[in-house]
Design a protein around this ligand. Structure first.
Ligand code: PGA
Length: 263
């Protein structure tokens, strides 16, 4: 990561976010949250922002367990609608009410398994920002798209759809680059591969009117663990990580946060 040592880049505080996906129960979450509180202290949080995103039913449990810890809370998704007759949906306002700081939007599992489109993603991200939440928008190409050499074309499409949000504040608008072939596979992008895509993302957002592009946090996600985090976070345009599997192990997640603080 670059801490303001390029002209016009400005400081970018590292951000590490745990995406718990559809895992956990009251007992397991209780232990994990307690261990996170113990290993992610105020010193560390002065250098890196940390958030965890449990499944909806456990947000209240996490909000209570993390109270005054400095570790922020996020949701893994939200509704594209404000409120009303949308059975099963959860609004941005409800998440804010529960104490959420962040919402993840457009995760590839939702894009591929649940048919989420670029139009849905921008609608959801807009709702989150309107409710005062920060948004972490996920983008990334599949293995097939990369093998066809189409990774930039796919990212350009996903990013261009976000243009209506170009006025978003750098504190609240985060993009996570998550190559689908690296998620949950143990196959991480090399730091050089990830850096090339992060630089592309920053330039593309700038060209689409994001005045804050140089100050936006760009996270890498896809099989990040304690062992590979430092080399990824050392890259100029990688400002932290979106962590899946390793976020369920307190010591791994804390070690990843420490690597981000040192980058
Ligand atoms: P992973 O997941 O770290 O388990 O690869 C990352 C993500 O999907 O956000």
């Amino acid at each position: 990561m670059t801490l303001g040592n390029r002209p016009g880049s400005g400081p970018r505080t590292a951000l590490v976010v745990g995406n718990w996906k559809m895992n956990g129960d009251f007992a397991a979450n209780g232990s994990l949250l307690e261990a996170l509180r113990a290993s992610i202290d105020a010193d560390l949080l002065a250098r890196v922002e940390v958030a965890v995103c449990p499944p909806y039913p456990y947000l209240a449990q996490a909000a209570t367990a993390l109270r005054d810890s400095g570790i922020a809370l996020g949701a893994q998704d939200l509704a594209a609608y404000a409120n009303g007759a949308y059975t099963g949906e959860v609004s941005a306002q409800m998440l804010a009410d529960l104490g959420c700081r962040w919402a993840i939007v457009g995760h590839s599992e939702r894009r591929t398994l649940l048919g989420e489109t670029d139009a849905t993603v921008v609608a959801k991200a807009g709702r989150a920002l309107d409710a005062g939440l920060g948004v972490i928008v996920c983008v990334g190409e599949t293995l097939e798209e990369r093998e066809q050499g189409r990774e930039r074309e796919v990212l350009a499409r996903q990013l261009d759809a976000l243009a209506p949000l170009a006025a978003a504040e750098a504190t609240d608008f985060v993009v996570a680059y998550e190559p689908v072939w690296a998620i949950g596979t143990g196959r991480t992008a090399t730091p050089e591969q990830a850096q090339a895509m992060h630089a592309f993302i920053r330039e593309r957002l700038a060209s689409r009117g994001f005045a804050a592009a140089a100050r936006l946090r760009l996270l890498y996600g896809g099989s990040v663990k304690a062992a590979n985090a430092a080399s990824l976070f050392a890259m100029a345009d990688i400002d932290g990580g979106l962590i899946g599997g390793a976020a369920l192990v307190a010591e791994e997640f804390a070690a990843i946060a420490r690597s981000a603080a040192l980058a």
